[in-house]
Design a protein around this ligand. Structure first.
Ligand code: CA
Ligand code: ZN
Length: 295
């Protein structure tokens, strides 16, 4: 029963999930008059909330009205280490380096752009293939970020000057969810682990290009904004892994290669030069190597 003014109306209550005429996500809380079949009330639950990110500047993210839960991507929310979403009202965050609500603005922005990219480019239904993705936690007191199958968690850089929530790192962690939910599976050892890290870096770079945010212009390095280890360098160079001391090509990998070090390009030819692979080299590549490589 729906009360219209002081008049009760017998109504069906349903949630209509889809997109608006402009292609934006929509989740309409809808009441249909049971006698006339007409929509008597419809309220948009998707909130395009203002957020003040640190790495990404002022951005628009999808949140509920009073919590950092995503009304359109099932399971996705962002909060602290206890797993609950941060609550409050938009605008979210204050744009400072170590404010954790601000970290969640950067996390939600990056993960939602990645989800949008997967949908627009590949018709993929959410990062998990089922319309959503795992929740995120900010504020880990470690120099680390990870995906563990049920959530993503983000820490800080070595000197504690910012949170590890740049687009490429966030999209890397959710890239692990893509790998996990496709035949790549958990991907934790040797070649499979290297492919998993590769997948993370590739989707990180793709998301940076898709978002095309003026505060984090697209590139083929990983974590270049984060000063991860305090040396003002990226953690990885996708176009030339050896700049960070990682193997440049497939024949240099062995069973002892650390999985992140194995994330780099997989040229199977005889040369391990850092140049972009030629078409001929690309065709020689092993069939399970992702086709997307930096130029
Ligand atoms: Ca980058
Ligand atoms: Zn990783």
């Amino acid at each position: 029963m729906l009360l219209k003014g002081n008049k009760p109306v017998l109504a069906w209550h349903t949630l209509v999930v889809g997109s608006t005429a402009k292609g934006l996500p929509s989740s309409l809380d809808t009441y249909v008059d049971a006698r006339t079949g007409k929509v008597t009330q419809a309220t948009e639950k998707v909130r395009h909330a203002e957020g003040r990110g640190y790495h990404n500047g002022n951005v628009t993210i999808d949140t509920a009205a009073n919590a950092m839960t995503d009304p359109n991507r099932s399971g996705f929310r962002c909060g602290g280490q206890n797993g609950s979403a941060y609550t409050g009202t938009p605008p979210w965050g204050n744009g400072t380096a170590n404010d954790l609500v601000t970290a969640c603005v950067d996390i939600m922005y990056a993960a939602q752009r990645e989800s949008d990219m997967l949908k627009q480019w590949f018709g993929y239904n959410g990062i998990n293939g089922q319309g959503g993705m795992v929740p995120a936690r900010a504020g880990l007191s470690q120099v680390n970020a990870y995906y563990d199958g049920t959530k993503t968690t983000f820490g800080r850089n070595q000197n504690g000057t910012n949170q590890l929530t740049g687009i490429d790192v966030v999209a890397h962690e959710y890239g692990h969810e893509i790998f996990d939910r496709t035949p790549g599976s958990a991907g934790s050892s040797n070649e499979n682990g290297g492919m998993n890290e590769s997948t993370g870096d590739i989707f990180g770079a793709l998301t940076e290009h898709f978002a095309n945010n003026p505060h984090d212009t697209p590139d083929y390095t990983v974590g270049e904004k984060l000063n991860f280890l305090g040396d003002n360098k990226p953690i990885r160079y996708m176009y030339n892994p050896s700049l960070a001391g990682d193997p440049n090509c497939y024949p240099q990998l062995n069973s002892g290669t650390e999985v992140h070090a194995a994330a780099g390009r997989r040229t199977t030819g005889s040369t391990c030069s850092p140049r972009a692979p030629t078409r001929a080299a690309a065709s020689r590549r092993a069939p399970y190597v992702p086709a997307v490589r930096p130029p």
